[in-house]
Design a protein. Structure first.
Length: 407
């Protein structure tokens, strides 16, 4: 199996780090030797860190675009990219930055993950990808499958936003809206019967794809390259893969001798569910909770994964939960700063604001709030219409006065 520039050497269990597996095939259902019927543990990719050249990694490489910039510390990038990554850090107030992941090719952070998972599918010779997704993940998987010349099957829910449905179909994906509870059993059947490569979770508690979260490490690399080591990072959290990737990226920077510590990484979940917060509070590897109503559909999850527990615990972070009202306030604040984000994507800033006077000490470094995707992905966006105004000054003037614009 070609590895190109990758220093990846194998896969390691997070449930028992003494357990190692070959790099190929990628494990798509967690560690097969740990866990139980109720709890599954993920695996991560290991590398020949001693062979890494930190100075070279952080030297500008203008001939490389996308994740190729960080190829030595990623699984083999065998699928073509779309220029993912290199998203901007926007300072919204002194010392507080937003990492705007909506600037990725399909307007979300999932592009970093799917560059790696699609590469895994290419590596094992799969005919296509299969994914269960409420939006961002499916759109990204469909785009990277199309780029690689693979088919893509996306199981969505019956209430998928119209804009997201159009997005998926634009890439030629086979879109299958089904009841939410049916997505996972059907996904497993597609994988088992048709040989499609799964890029969604297949286990009772979330483990996901072994290679996917490795792409998220590059968020940490880019933050470090742009502003140095932050004091804290606030991450919108569903299953915790992005959270884990950010923590692992900073942990690798310390391992390579580029930093002397890891910033506190805070998870920011919807208060309508909050399984990671439950797991952390009760000292559990994962948790399952009832899900209440929330418009933050991208992060309103009934189950957590062990990756998130590791990231919060090992970084000294906190497992925060935020209400839809707090998310809406943060979304509005970001809009006033010129950033239109999905409601779920505002969770990072909402988590920071929820601390009130507990703002992290900026003397230790800046604060970064990750924003994961564009406001285009919100429910109802495609149905919103501004009321027409009569084409005369009196009507226009009334509308302007109502908006607080006066002469």
């Amino acid at each position: 199996m070609p590895t190109e520039d990758s220093l990846a050497t194998g896969q390691r269990s997070l449930g028992d780090p003494a357990l190692h597996y070959p790099l190929w095939p990628p494990l798509t259902a967690g560690c097969p030797r740990t866990g139980s019927e109720d709890v599954s543990y993920p695996v991560e990719v290991d590398y020949a860190y001693a062979k890494a050249e930190p100075a070279a990694l952080f030297t500008p490489a203008p001939t490389r675009t996308g994740l190729e910039r960080w190829a030595p510390l990623l699984p083999p990038l065998l699928a073509p990219g779309l220029g993912e990554g290199a998203t901007p850090l926007v300072e919204i107030e002194p010392g507080v930055y937003v990492k705007d992941e909506s600037r990725n090719p399909t307007w979300s952070h999932k592009d970093r993950l799917n560059r790696c998972t699609t590469s895994a599918a290419v590596g094992v010779g799969a005919p296509g990808l299969a994914v269960a997704s409420s939006g961002n993940h499916g759109a990204s998987a469909a785009a990277y499958a199309a780029r690689a010349g693979l088919r893509c099957v996306v199981f969505t829910g019956p209430d998928t936003p119209p804009n997201v449905d159009a997005f998926l179909n634009a890439y030629g994906a086979v879109v299958l809206p089904v009841p939410w509870e049916a997505r996972w059993p059907l996904l497993r059947q597609v994988v088992d019967r048709l040989g499609l490569h799964p890029v969604s979770n297949l286990t009772a508690t979330h483990t996901g794809h072994a290679y996917g979260p490795e792409g998220y490490k590059t968020v940490a690399y880019e933050i470090f390259q742009d502003v140095g080591l932050p004091s804290a990072v606030f991450v919108p959290t569903g299953y915790g893969e992005l959270l884990f990737g950010v923590w692992k990226g900073f942990s690798e920077l310390r391992r390579l001798g580029l930093t002397d510590r890891v910033p506190r990484v805070h998870s920011c979940e919807s208060a309508a569910s909050g399984p990671l917060a439950r797991a952390v509070a009760e000292g559990l590897p994962t948790a399952r909770v009832a899900v209440g109503p929330s418009d933050a559909y991208s992060i309103n999850s009934p189950v957590s994964g062990y990756r998130g527990v590791l990231a919060v615990r090992e970084s000294g972070g906190r497992a925060l939960t935020v209400t839809d009202a707090q998310l809406s306030d943060a979304q509005g604040e970001l809009a006033r700063a010129g950033l239109w984000v999905e409601l779920s994507s505002a969770a990072g800033l909402a988590g920071l604001r929820s601390l009130g006077d507990g703002l992290p000490d900026l003397s230790e470094g800046p604060v970064v709030c990750v924003s994961t995707s564009s406001g285009f992905k919100d429910k109802g966006v495609g149905t919103r219409r501004t009321e027409p105004v009569a084409p005369d000054w009196e009507a226009v003037s009334r509308r302007l006065r109502a908006a607080g614009i006066t002469g």
